[in-house]
Design a protein around this ligand. Structure first.
Ligand code: DAH
Length: 346
């Protein structure tokens, strides 16, 4: 092997290495080339082993060529490495790009349940007359749900309320919000103006117009000199605020054990305006609540002297009122928590 052979081998090695560097696809490939060509046991070292067979005066020249080859490959590796890094960065930037002009996904806004919304509306109207909201428990005792409302055990009027009992002696799921009247009378002194919204329960076969869970709003006013005229004026104002100032109202005789006299309160049919339609059974009127003057016995059970105080009370079904506000025809919809239904009320 002479000087020319060694020089040619070195140049060939350089040419091959530069080609490989050029074709390297990533940093790992460059590392492999570096190890293979320039490493301690690499091909450059291998070629330089032949240097021993050269005359001493030629050796520095081979050394110079070898250094130039090493330098050329080194700088090719560095250059290619930098190019690969910047193109990798570019691809990543493109791949991970965020388009800040893309419209966001809309967040669904929650809404009040139509029953709660209706209760809020009822409370707002009576609130203007000074009525304050109270709440009683859903599990009530027989004494407050019935006996203190002038409905003793075995009284035939119990048939008006098909009762769900709980496993605790003397307790039941309240069949109406009226026991709240007793609780408020025990808690407050007259003048009392209380509104009691809440969930009630009855043993019912469920269909579009019967539910075993439903809501009522109870009203109670007790003061000195409270009369039936106060009740009539208040309820008339309520109906006009709820259904329109032009709506006619009427009172009919009714029966409840806890009021005397008792009335049913009707509003001109909000669907047909009074001419008669299926919604009002062709009567032109819709009954929206029961009411009356609080029975003296109930005032007594409430700890109040009926010689001094008089009161009136009323109770309305919230679903019935919500049905009319929103033209809903099936009570079951209120309990199913189907967002396709609930989302329609804003
Ligand atoms: N509690 C009665 C019911 O569930 C409704 C009612 C009627 C409440 C007359 C009253 C009232 O306060 O005076 O059917």
């Amino acid at each position: 092997m002479d000087l020319a052979d060694l020089t040619r081998e070195l140049e060939e090695l350089q040419a091959q290495a530069l080609l490989a560097v050029d074709e390297a696809a990533d940093a790992a490939a460059l590392d492999a080339i570096e190890l293979d060509v320039l490493g301690k046991k690499g091909r450059l070292t291998g070629v330089l082993r032949g240097i021993g067979s050269l005359p001493p005066e030629d050796r520095p020249r081979v050394g110079a060529v070898a250094n130039a080859v090493r330098g050329a490959i080194d700088s090719a590796l560095a250059e290619r490495g930098a190019a690969l890094r910047s193109s990798e960065l570019r691809t990543r930037l493109v791949r991970e790009a965020v388009d800040v002009t893309t419209p966001g996904r809309p967040i669904r806004r929650g809404t009040l349940h139509p029953i709660n919304e209706t209760i809020a509306e009822i409370a707002a109207i009576f609130g203007q007359f000074g009525f304050v909201v109270y709440e009683g428990p859903e599990i009530e005792d027989d004494v407050r749900n019935f006996q203190m409302l002038n409905i003793p055990p075995d009284h035939p009027a119990r048939d008006l309320w098909d009762t769900l009992y709980v496993d605790v002696e003397g307790h039941l799921l309240r069949t109406h919000t009226s026991p709240g009247q007793i609780r408020v009378m025990h808690q407050e002194q007259p003048p009392i103006r209380a509104l009691l919204p809440g969930r009630c329960f009855r043993y019912e076969a469920i269909d579009a117009s019967h539910a075993s869970e439903f809501f009522q709003v109870e009203g109670l006013m007790v003061d000195e000199g409270t009369t039936m005229a106060d009740l009539k004026g208040l309820l008339d104002q309520f109906a006009k605020a709820m259904y329109g100032a032009d709506k006619r109202t009427r009172f009919r005789p009714g029966y409840y054990p806890f009021t005397e006299p008792s009335v049913a309160f009707d509003v001109e049919c909000v669907v047909c305006g009074g001419s008669g339609c299926p919604a009002c059974s062709r009567s032109g009127w819709m009954t929206i609540l029961g009411a009356g003057m609080v029975h003296p016995v109930v005032l007594q059970y409430g700890g109040l002297d009926p010689e001094r105080y008089q009161g009136f009370a009323f109770g309305m079904g919230v679903e019935r009122i919500a049905n009319l506000r929103h033209s809903v025809g099936d009570l079951r919809l209120y309990m199913e928590n189907d967002l396709r239904f609930l989302g329609q009320f804003r």
